[in-house]
Design a protein around this ligand. Structure first.
Ligand SMILES: Nc1ncnc2c1ncn2[C@@H]1O[C@H](COP(=O)(O)OP(=O)(O)OP(=O)(O)O)[C@@H](O)[C@H]1O
Length: 319
């Protein structure tokens, strides 16, 4: 790459397609977020973005996308876009096109961010342990990844942990999951810990309370929950935070991520101090004989804007 070269980078979620340019001189710049729903195909959104930033000559690109990337064919989990990597590369006349899972990219961003990009929620940071880091985040879906230390570098994991089976921690959650089973034979963590998850939780709670649910967006549920203006939204939001705590604690135990678990995605950073006071931390630690152990593990909410763009840029040096 020379100082004049410009690369295209993107973080494509089920709702938002975030684009930017990457160059040696300017780093990540010209960030624009486009609604996926406004474009029929990813190639149209990519061309629209490049048009918005003056159609620079771009020969290399790296895309982080919310799905499993296995082979040439990519199909998003929570949006209708699908494409062949090779065909997209030809359509865009790129010499190189890298495609990675979006939470792998988010994981790669962690070492590039600064302290001020994180808000700590419990645990302590005195530990000198060298352990993996966990990364989990709720947005349109639920993404999960990890960073494994290997000498001086970090190796990011590429998995689909959001689709692991959700586990209830109390009788109310058992009742909620029983309601969800009527709709989904497999209730994954993503079905309850995501934007759609807030809606599923709210509907299930209304059904259990014999109340007709209103048609509310995830944002409306969280706003009504935080202000306590609607008790069913308040319960849905607190259950969401508790279940996210369970998932994050499971991730810490599974990876041995004792140096920290990082929380990304579009929802939690918008909950502010509510999240710190929610059931999240209690449930993160509620792991029976490992409770004391988890009490030490710090959790960090990632507050940086579009952090996965900084991570996907790293893919050029790894490929
Ligand atoms: N304040 C909020 N409270 C609750 N949900 C919200 C809030 N703001 C946005 N959301 C929900 O978050 C989701 C979008 O999150 P995000 O920006 O992480 O999307 P994305 O990157 O497109 O998703 P993903 O990567 O998970 O596919 C939508 O479901 C939206 O309704």
């Amino acid at each position: 790459m020379t100082s004049d070269d410009v690369r295209l980078i993107a973080d494509i979620g089920g709702t938002n397609a975030r684009f930017a340019l990457l160059s040696l001189e300017q780093g990540v710049h010209r960030q624009i977020v486009l609604p996926c729903a406004d474009y029929d195909e990813i190639v149209v959104a990519m061309k629209a973005y490049l048009g918005m930033v003056g159609d620079p000559v771009v020969k290399e690109a790296a895309i982080a996308i919310a799905t499993a990337v296995v082979g040439d064919s990519v199909k998003m989990t929570n949006h209708h876009w699908s494409f062949s990597i090779e065909t997209l590369k030809q359509q865009m006349a790129f010499d190189k096109l890298i495609v990675k899972n979006d939470f792998t990219a988010l994981a790669m961003s962690i070492p590039k961010l600064s302290k001020s990009d994180f808000v700590q929620v419990g645990g302590n940071t005195d530990s000198q342990l060298i352990t993996p880091l966990g990364i989990v985040g709720a947005g349109t879906g639920l993404g999960v990844s990890g960073l494994i230390p290997y000498g001086d570098i970090w190796i990011p994991l590429e998995g689909e942990g959001g689709h692991s089976t959700v586990s209830p921690s109390n009788e109310r959650e058992v009742d909620i999951i029983k309601v969800c089973w009527k709709q989904y034979p497999h209730v994954s963590a993503e079905r309850l810990v995501s934007g759609m998850g807030l809606q599923n939780l709210y509907s299930a709670i209304c059904e259990l309370e014999n109340v007709e649910p209103e048609c509310l967006s995830p944002r409306e549920i969280s706003v009504l929950g935080i202000s306590n203006a609607n008790p069913h939204c308040a319960e849905a939001l607190d259950t969401f935070c508790g279940l996210l705590g369970s998932v994050a604690g499971d991730l810490a135990l599974t990876l041995g991520a004792y140096r920290g678990v990082y929380i990304g995605g579009g929802i939690v950073p918008q909950l502010g101090s509510y999240f710190e006071q929610s059931s999240f931390r209690k449930r993160f630690e509620a792991k029976g004989r490992f409770q004391q152990h988890l009490a030490e593990v710090p959790v960090f909410v990632i507050n940086a804007e579009n952090p996965a763009l900084y991570g996907i840029g790293e893919a050029f040096s790894l490929s």
